[in-house]
Design a protein around this ligand. Structure first.
Ligand SMILES: Cc1ncc(COP(=O)(O)O)c(C=O)c1O
Length: 382
C-alpha cells in the first residue's frame, strides 16, 4: 500500500513527533504547533540506524541542504526550495572559520528553516502562513510563501529597518508593523490571525529546526568528517543552536561521531540576554528579559519559548553563554567584515566580539578550532 495525502510528502523514516520536554506523542500527518499537553516545542524524530555509511545519507550531487534529505522529514519531491544551505566556510585566521549564511536565498540562515517549515505546512494543508519576526524570518517566510503560492502575513516591530519591510512586500506578503519587540508582534498576531492561519513562529512548529539542523551536517562535511571544538552562535529564539545540537545527536546515533561535542556558545547583547542570564544563574528555564533593547534585531527576543532547550544544549556540550556590550556590536561587525571580506550582520558582530573575548580569556585555547556564524547579510541594516 502506498501512502497518500500529506503523509506522502514525508520521509518514511520520519518516525515520530514528540514534545521536547514531556515526551508526549503527536500524530505526524496533522498540522501541529506546540505540545498539546504542556505547550512546549515539539521535535521530529527520524529513524536512524547505527553504523550508517555517510555515503548512503549524503547526496553529494546536490548543492543545497536537500543533500541530507535521507535524514530530513520532508521528501525532496515535496520541497519548496530556492536552493538554500550548503554555504561556504571562510577562514578568518589560523584556527577560526566563519560560516557565511549571508549566501542563502533572502540573505540569511532563516531560509533553511523556512524552506522546511513552509514545505511541511503546505503539505499538511496550510492555506495562509503567519509569523512574528525580527526581520530575517519574515523575509524568508515571504519568499518561500511566494514560491509555494500561499499567502503570508508577517508582524514585525515598527523600528525594524525598512529594507526588511520592503523585502516582504516585494514578495507579495502583507506586513503589519507593531510597537515593541517580537514578543508584542507575536501577541498582535495571536489576536488578529484567523483560525485557519498557520503560525510558523520560532519553535512553535517542529519543522524549521529540521532545516536549521543541516548547518550541523554541513560542518561535519566541511571539517572533513570531524567537527570544530567550539561553535559561537548569536542566539535569539535559538533554532539554529537547537538544530545543530539535534544534528550532532543524530550523527552519534548513526556512528559518525563519538560522545564529544563542539562546545556551543550562545551570544547575546547585554541589552537582551535571557539565555545568558539563565545560564549564569544555573536555571532550568529562561526568564523574560524586561525592556529588551539591541540593534542586533535578531537577538531581541526577550522570552524565547525554547530557552530551556538552549540551556540544556549549552550545559550538555560544556559550552557557555556570553553577553556582548551593545556599544561593541557595530564595530565588531565591521571588524569581522574587514578581517574576512564577509558581509557581516550585527548579530555576527556580537558573535565575533564574543569569540575574541573567549580567546583572550583562554576559554578557547590557541589550538582549538572555532566556528563563528555570520547568520545573515549586513546590507539590510544599513
Ligand atoms: C541575522 C540573525 N542572526 C541570529 C538570529 C537569531 O536566530 P535564532 O532564532 O536561531 O536564535 C536571527 C533571528 O532573527 C537573525 O535574523
Amino acid at each position: 500500500m502506498t501512502a497518500s495525502g500529506p503523509v506522502a510528502s514525508f520521509n518514511p523514516e520520519f518516525e515520530s513527533l514528540t514534545c521536547f520536554d514531556c515526551g508526549a506523542h503527536h500524530e505526524i500527518g496533522r498540522l501541529h504547533s506546540v505540545c498539546e499537553s504542556c505547550g512546549l516545542p515539539l521535535q521530529v524524530n527520524m529513524r536512524l540506524k547505527p553504523d550508517t555509511d555517510p555515503a548512503s545519507v549524503i547526496d553529494r550531487s546536490i548543492y543545497s541542504l536537500w543533500r541530507y534529505s535521507k535524514v530530513l522529514p520532508v521528501l525532496p519531491e515535496a520541497a519548496i526550495t530556492l536552493t538554500e544551505g550548503w554555504t561556504p566556510l571562510v577562514q578568518a585566521d589560523g584556527q577560526t572559520w566563519v560560516k557565511d549564511e549571508a549566501r542563502n536565498p533572502t540573505g540569511s540562515f532563516k531560509a533553511r528553516g523556512m524552506s522546511m517549515g513552509v514545505s511541511a505546512a503546505v503539505a499538511l494543508g496550510a492555506r495562509r502562513l503567519v509569523a512574528p519576526s525580527a526581520g530575517n524570518a519574515a523575509g524568508a517566510l515571504a519568499a518561500y510563501g511566494a514560491a509555494a503560492g500561499v499567502e503570508v502575513l508577517v508582524a514585525m516591530p515598527e523600528d525594524t529597518p525598512r529594507q526588511f519591510v520592503e523585502e516582504c512586500r516585494q514578495y507579495g506578503a502583507q506586513v503589519e508593523l507593531v510597537p515593541g519587540t517580537i514578543a508584542d508582534s507575536g501577541r498582535w498576531l495571536a489576536e488578529h490571525r484567523s483560525p485557519d492561519d498557520f503560525d510558523l513562529s520560532t519553535l512553535k512548529e517542529p519543522f524549521r529546526v529540521e532545516g536549521k539542523k543541516t548547518m550541523g551536517y554541513e560542518l561535519w562535511e566541511q571539517f572533513d568528517g570531524d567537527l570544530p571544538d567550539v561553535i559561537v552562535y548569536p542566539t535569539g529564539g535559538g533554532t539554529g543552536l537547537v538544530g545543530m545540537w539535534k544534528a550532532f545527536d543524530e550523527m552519534e546515533a548513526m556512528g559518525w561521531i563519538g560522545a564529544t561535542r563542539p562546545r556551543l556558545v550562545s551570544v547575546q547583547s547585554d541589552g537582551c540576554a535571557p539565555v545568558v542570564e539563565g545560564f549564569r544563574r544555573n536555571n532550568r528555564r529562561t526568564e523574560p528579559w524586561p525592556d529588551a533593547r539591541t540593534t542586533a534585531y535578531g537577538l531581541r527576543v526577550p522570552n524565547p519559548i525554547a530557552g530551556f532547550i538552549c540551556l540544556r544544549a549549552l550545559r550538555e556540550t560544556g559550552g557557555t553563554a556570553i553577553a556582548v556590550p551593545e556599544s561593541d556590536i557595530e564595530k565588531a561587525a565591521a571588524a569581522l567584515s574587514a578581517a574576512t571580506g564577509v558581509d557581516a550582520c550585527p548579530e555576527a558582530g556580537a558573535a565575533w566580539a564574543a569569540h575574541e573575548t573567549l580567546r583572550d580569556r583562554g576559554w578557547i585555547g590557541p589550538e582549538e578550532r572555532t566556528l563563528v556564524f555570520n547568520t545573515g547579510t549586513g546590507l539590510k541594516y544599513r
